[in-house]
Design a binder for this molecule. Sequence first.
Ligand code: AHG
Ligand code: MN
Ligand code: MN
Length: 345
Amino acid sequence: MKRISLTQYLVEQQREHGRIPAQLRLLIEVVARACKRIAIAVNKGALGDVLGSAHSENVQGEIQKKLDVISNEVLIEANEWGGHLAAMASEEMDSIHVVPNRYPQGEYLLLFDPLDGSSNIDVNVSIGTIFSVLRKISHTPGVSEDDFLQPGKQQAAAGYCVYGPQTTLVLTLGNGVALFTLDRETGSWLLTQTDVQVPQDTKEFAINMSNMRHWDSPVRQYIDECLAGRDGPRGKDFNMRWVASMVADVHRILTRGGVFLYPWDQREPDKPGKLRLMYEANPMAFIVEQAGGAATNGRERILDIVPSKLHERVSVLLGSRNEVERVTAYHAAAAAEAGATEGRA
Ligand code: AHG
Ligand code: MN
Ligand code: MN
């Protein structure tokens, strides 16, 4: 069977649906090429001196791994000269990276988590790269952090790459989700699935159970009911998976359904969550919604959140629509109850 390449897919999307301006097409191709380079570095492992710590700290206060730093550099270097970008922002950089003056400035903004699942690098478990694309809306010269502070529903594209048993690229341009697999012999990304759909129902959840004692009551109620299985209120047994690489957990959900939760918890009550809105939650929410699933922070749709800062964090519940709606409803009920109690006091 003849499979089409990412390039052909993008050209056909542009020709048939007129949905991809030339700059966006170039951007996707360049990011896919950068992911290929990261995949090569990941595969080399100990032979490439890419394992272990970089002995530096990022803006989130996390110790960077060598591959966090390498992947960030690969993405920046690949993207700064093509004329398709105005600026980039990354989980691994304190502030935005504006395209240097020596290159033409494009109309897009690229945001990325260069290496997702850092704790899995050295143990040879699936990791990935997540990216999000926004348009620079203001026509004023120059770029500032404010240009990035757009709600996720304004993303022009989003995707992620999984460096696992297979190297796969998942992409949305806002008209469904397509999946590409890297053919290592030819070096091409080949289209292996279109119109990816997340099943509406599931019997599988993904959450880091070690944080259970810190959860809020709606999350606790939801998981308790899942754990009660066939004899509980859900009337069915649930299975649990937690890879600790969001890309791998989301990819499983896209493939066979499931619900992913990284909720706010009491460990750091002042932070809305652990995951980053702009580099992780928004692109994944866009992809999951485009595949028929749902994504909320427990109170509102993730894609509606207007960010107030670049490195904003957020609570994340995403995946099979009926489960996300259920756990979101538990949050609404708890908020209404708290409101009523306050009113009575
Ligand atoms: P990153 O490696 O980019 O910092 O992201 C790790 C994230 C996410 O991929 C995963 O779902 C979560 O952190 C795992 O967190 P725990 O180790 O707390 O389970
Ligand atoms: Mn991450
Ligand atoms: Mn990361």
